[in-house]
Ligand binder design. Structure first.
Ligand code: HEC
Ligand code: HEC
Length: 283
């Protein structure tokens, strides 16, 4: 009898597990197809997406510069171009835009920003529709879709491609970088820079500037590929990683009310500062 009850429980348990598995399968979005990723990469490099036919995503997010552009700020918005590394693991997008819900949604912003590639207009889509190669690429990426070459499909393909960007290869930690790991932890940097992308995904004020967007709260950036992505901070105001650490050393570049309590001045020797830099440059 007991055996039968146990067997029944086991069967019931397996049914429940099966149902949970099915539900989890239903909830997960389908992985992008190879054709979607391939289309996305073509679009990232395609200047026909810009209103002036003069700018592609990869002109600012340059693969040879860690998907950033080496400039302090990219446009009159006064914002530094962030890297595209690690975005598959992120939940927040943009320096001051916690309201943007997804990578797909963010991909449309530069297309609609007149200071970047915008304003968005169906004329751009018409240019793509007039190109037989693009018609084939969209048809392969979105088979069975009623309407062809839409902004939704474009954003989906761009996001799919961005999520395939591999993190840069990191070498063995030098002795200096190993010391830097410990100092980084001691200074409390890991309170905000943690996890796979070294970001808590929070928006807060670290006293970089008096920028009033989003109440002065900037998104904690990823620290992936830092060696390639100078200059730093949302306004590009730190030319080097040493400048970043010095800014923290003095409690921010513009200390004062509103700056997060976790940001407070500390004492550090030049050697220790160089150790932290060695660690940061190896992420
Ligand atoms: C003129 C230079 C420029 C161009 C062109 C450009 N970007 Fe950007 N990109 C930026 C800047 C500056 C930011 C920061 C904007 C912000 O925080 O609001 C940014 C932010 C991003 C982010 C957020 C990254 C993060 O860490 O959260 C993504 C994703 C992105 N861009 C994708 C694209 C795509 C896709 C295109 C092409 C459709 C594109 N960008 C074109 C300069 C550019
Ligand atoms: C209270 C949260 C917090 C703490 C603690 C913190 N950071 Fe940051 N970090 C941020 C935020 C937010 C930014 C973006 C600030 C901005 O640009 O306005 C940032 C930016 C950076 C950047 C620039 C990245 C880029 O791509 O521009 C580096 C490097 C960095 N932090 C390293 C450190 C180090 C080293 C420490 C410890 C000394 C530290 N952080 C402590 C939140 C924090």
């Amino acid at each position: 009898m007991i055996v039968t009850i146990k067997a029944a429980r086991l069967v019931l348990g397996m049914i429940c597990l099966g149902a949970t598995w099915l539900l989890s399968q239903a909830a997960a979005p389908p992985p992008p197809s190879t054709a979607q990723v391939a289309l996305g990469w073509r679009l990232l490099a395609d200047r026909r997406l810009s209103a002036g036919l003069n700018l592609a995503c990869l002109d600012c997010h340059r693969p040879d510069r860690g998907y950033a552009d080496g400039r302090a700020v990219a446009t009159a918005d006064g914002l530094n171009t962030p890297t595209l590394y690690g975005l598959a693991d992120r939940a927040t997008f943009g320096w001051f835009t916690p309201e943007v819900p997804s990578l797909e949604a963010f991909a449309l912003r530069p297309l609609n920003n007149p200071r970047e590639m915008g304003p968005i207009s169906d004329a751009s889509l018409d240019r793509l529709r007039a190109d037989p190669a693009m018609r084939v690429a969209y048809a392969d990426a979105f088979p069975g879709a009623g309407e062809r070459i839409t902004w939704t499909q474009t954003a989906q393909a761009l996001a799919a491609a961005i999520r395939t960007i591999p993190n840069p290869r990191v070498g063995e930690l030098s002795p200096a970088a190993v010391r830097g790991v410990a100092i980084f932890a001691e200074l409390g940097c890991g309170a905000c820079h943690r996890g796979r992308t070294h970001s808590s995904e929070a928006y807060l004020n670290t006293g970089v500037s008096r920028d009033s967007r989003n109440g002065g709260n900037a998104r904690v950036p990823s620290l992936i590929g830092l060696a390639q992505t100078a200059p730093y901070f949302h306004d590009g105001s730190a030319a080097t990683l040493a400048d970043v650490v010095r800014a923290y050393q003095f409690g921010g570049q513009t200390p004062g009310p509103g700056v997060n309590v976790a940001i407070s001045p500390f004492v550090i020797t030049d050697g220790e500062l160089q150790d932290v830099v060695a660690f940061l440059a190896n992420l």
